[in-house]
Design a protein around this ligand. Structure first.
Ligand code: FES
Length: 120
Protein backbone atom coordinates (compact mmCIF):
# COMPACT_ATOMS: atom_id res chain seq x y z
CA UNK A 1 0.00 0.00 0.00
CA UNK A 2 1.19 3.51 -0.69
CA UNK A 3 0.06 6.75 0.85
CA UNK A 4 1.84 9.60 -0.90
CA UNK A 5 1.82 12.98 0.83
CA UNK A 6 2.47 16.31 -0.83
CA UNK A 7 5.49 17.94 0.82
CA UNK A 8 7.09 20.60 -1.38
CA UNK A 9 7.36 22.07 -4.86
CA UNK A 10 10.40 20.69 -6.68
CA UNK A 11 11.35 24.24 -7.64
CA UNK A 12 11.60 25.17 -3.95
CA UNK A 13 14.31 22.54 -3.39
CA UNK A 14 17.73 23.90 -4.35
CA UNK A 15 20.30 21.53 -5.82
CA UNK A 16 23.38 20.80 -3.72
CA UNK A 17 21.62 21.15 -0.39
CA UNK A 18 19.51 19.05 1.96
CA UNK A 19 16.20 20.43 3.11
CA UNK A 20 14.27 18.87 5.97
CA UNK A 21 10.51 18.54 5.97
CA UNK A 22 8.06 16.96 8.35
CA UNK A 23 5.74 14.17 7.22
CA UNK A 24 3.32 12.78 9.80
CA UNK A 25 5.61 14.06 12.56
CA UNK A 26 8.76 12.49 11.11
CA UNK A 27 11.57 14.80 10.05
CA UNK A 28 13.12 13.60 6.80
CA UNK A 29 15.65 14.98 4.37
CA UNK A 30 14.99 15.93 0.77
CA UNK A 31 17.56 16.45 -1.95
CA UNK A 32 17.16 17.39 -5.57
CA UNK A 33 19.23 15.95 -8.36
CA UNK A 34 18.29 17.60 -11.65
CA UNK A 35 14.59 16.90 -12.13
CA UNK A 36 14.31 14.20 -9.48
CA UNK A 37 13.94 14.32 -5.72
CA UNK A 38 15.13 11.90 -3.05
CA UNK A 39 13.77 11.45 0.47
CA UNK A 40 15.81 9.92 3.29
CA UNK A 41 16.34 9.90 7.04
CA UNK A 42 17.65 13.29 8.12
CA UNK A 43 20.08 11.99 10.77
CA UNK A 44 23.34 10.34 9.80
CA UNK A 45 23.38 6.59 10.58
CA UNK A 46 26.89 6.96 12.05
CA UNK A 47 26.49 9.43 14.92
CA UNK A 48 23.18 11.18 14.24
CA UNK A 49 24.51 14.42 12.77
CA UNK A 50 21.85 16.34 10.91
CA UNK A 51 22.31 15.86 7.20
CA UNK A 52 20.54 19.18 6.73
CA UNK A 53 23.96 20.73 7.31
CA UNK A 54 25.59 18.46 4.75
CA UNK A 55 25.90 18.92 1.03
CA UNK A 56 24.77 17.00 -2.00
CA UNK A 57 27.31 16.22 -4.68
CA UNK A 58 26.32 14.10 -7.65
CA UNK A 59 23.98 11.53 -6.19
CA UNK A 60 25.65 11.48 -2.77
CA UNK A 61 24.91 13.31 0.44
CA UNK A 62 27.95 14.21 2.54
CA UNK A 63 27.62 14.13 6.31
CA UNK A 64 28.98 17.36 7.81
CA UNK A 65 30.38 15.78 10.98
CA UNK A 66 32.77 13.00 9.89
CA UNK A 67 32.26 13.24 6.13
CA UNK A 68 30.78 9.84 5.35
CA UNK A 69 28.98 9.88 2.02
CA UNK A 70 25.69 8.11 1.31
CA UNK A 71 24.36 7.19 -2.09
CA UNK A 72 20.89 8.67 -2.49
CA UNK A 73 19.80 5.89 -4.87
CA UNK A 74 20.90 2.90 -2.77
CA UNK A 75 21.44 4.34 0.72
CA UNK A 76 24.90 2.70 0.81
CA UNK A 77 27.72 4.40 2.67
CA UNK A 78 31.08 5.21 1.09
CA UNK A 79 33.99 2.77 1.35
CA UNK A 80 35.65 2.35 4.72
CA UNK A 81 32.57 2.89 6.88
CA UNK A 82 30.73 0.23 8.86
CA UNK A 83 27.38 1.86 9.48
CA UNK A 84 23.81 1.10 8.53
CA UNK A 85 22.50 2.21 5.19
CA UNK A 86 20.73 5.53 4.97
CA UNK A 87 16.99 4.85 5.00
CA UNK A 88 15.38 5.99 1.78
CA UNK A 89 11.71 6.73 1.16
CA UNK A 90 9.83 6.48 -2.12
CA UNK A 91 9.11 9.78 -3.83
CA UNK A 92 7.01 10.71 -6.81
CA UNK A 93 6.46 13.96 -8.64
CA UNK A 94 2.99 15.22 -9.43
CA UNK A 95 2.48 18.51 -11.25
CA UNK A 96 5.88 19.75 -10.14
CA UNK A 97 5.34 18.82 -6.51
CA UNK A 98 7.24 16.27 -4.44
CA UNK A 99 5.19 13.57 -2.75
CA UNK A 100 6.65 11.15 -0.17
CA UNK A 101 5.25 7.73 0.68
CA UNK A 102 3.99 8.11 4.27
CA UNK A 103 3.22 4.39 4.44
CA UNK A 104 6.92 3.60 3.92
CA UNK A 105 7.71 6.07 6.72
CA UNK A 106 5.34 4.25 9.05
CA UNK A 107 6.83 0.87 8.18
CA UNK A 108 10.43 2.00 8.62
CA UNK A 109 10.46 5.30 10.51
CA UNK A 110 13.62 7.41 10.51
CA UNK A 111 15.72 7.31 13.65
CA UNK A 112 15.17 10.12 16.10
CA UNK A 113 12.14 11.26 18.03
CA UNK A 114 8.83 11.68 16.28
CA UNK A 115 7.69 15.23 16.82
CA UNK A 116 4.09 15.09 17.83
CA UNK A 117 3.89 18.70 18.97
CA UNK A 118 5.33 21.66 17.15
CA UNK A 119 5.27 25.04 18.88
CA UNK A 120 7.59 26.77 16.43
S1 FES B 1 27.92 11.56 12.15
FE1 FES B 1 27.88 11.35 10.02
S2 FES B 1 29.78 10.48 9.51
FE2 FES B 1 29.78 10.62 11.65
Amino acid sequence: MTDFRDVLALEALPEGRVMTVRVDGHVIGLARIADTAHAFQSLCPHDKASLQDGKVDGCQVHCPRHFARFDLKSGKVSAGWRVDDLRLYPVRLRDGRIEVDADALRRQPPEGPKKVWDFT
